[in-house]
Design a protein around this ligand. Sequence first.
Ligand SMILES: [Zn+2]
Ligand SMILES: [Zn+2]
Length: 330
Amino acid sequence: MPKPSEVGPTDALVRIDRAALCGTDLHAYDQSMPVDPGTIMGHEFIGTIVEVGSAVQQFEPGDKVTGACIVSCGTCALCRRGKSGNCPGMRVYGLGVAFGDLPGVHAEYAVTPFADVTLRKINNEKKAEDVLFVGDILTTGYEAVRRSYQPGDAVAIVGAGPVGLCATMSAVALGAGTVAVIDRVPERLAEAERFGAIAINAAETDPQDAVFDLTGWRGADVVVDAVGHPSALETAIRVASAGASINIPGVYIQESLELPIGELWFKGISVKGGGCNLLRYMDEVMALVEAGRLNPSSMISHRMGLSEAEKAYEMFAKREAMKIVFDPTK
Ligand SMILES: [Zn+2]
Ligand SMILES: [Zn+2]
């Protein structure tokens, strides 16, 4: 793609060194969230700053950075209260007009708005491939545990895809008691075990029995629906303890669905969804990554040139790859 020529006062122009393919890109790829032909896709990246706007104070050319995939202003009432995922001016790279028409990062260069607010400097370059996930899935998984977590809590995660695994490693890093991961794919469950969780195969055992067995018949204090499907939410409600919090990083775009509201009410469960509040949690996650306590790069299954993007999207859509990383120089 041509190098962008317009860099506004609060923007930075970033040379993309690595970019990753995210499950959200597939919504655009299969047009369930339609984008116009010619849209540059992608929103997970690390890069090197080549130019900064006149008002940028925290960064200079040569800095290695990553950035929040959701671009928020950092100054509105919601951003100031830590709810940047609901910033009224919120935009997302590479998801077309509906998300603010911000060109994506599956390209050689990208313009990053509100650079001082949305970018983070990479201090430990040895961890760069782990940092690649800080601006999106890792912080998304982390927040899904962290925002209602107390030390020692039992955490249950429904879905061992990339976001579920990020929630898993976050729960372990935060010092949770029992961390249980529920899925039906043995390879994904094995990955969850490698991150320190107890794997529950829903094809073989009843997840509610298994989680209650592990928690002295209490249930999980924090539950994560990392799938975004009504059956996952139903499982989340069933495995939850009384007074639990269910956090939903999985995306729901339907307007309504049927829920076991009686159980939800009786157990006194809190439910939270929404896009990640990246500005609130990115610094915590960055610190844990650079100190080696969160190591998401082990999820990378394929490294490919950007010239192979068509094949990569195809493989990822067919669930033949856990996580694909692009090198834009190839
Ligand atoms: Zn994403
Ligand atoms: Zn804002």
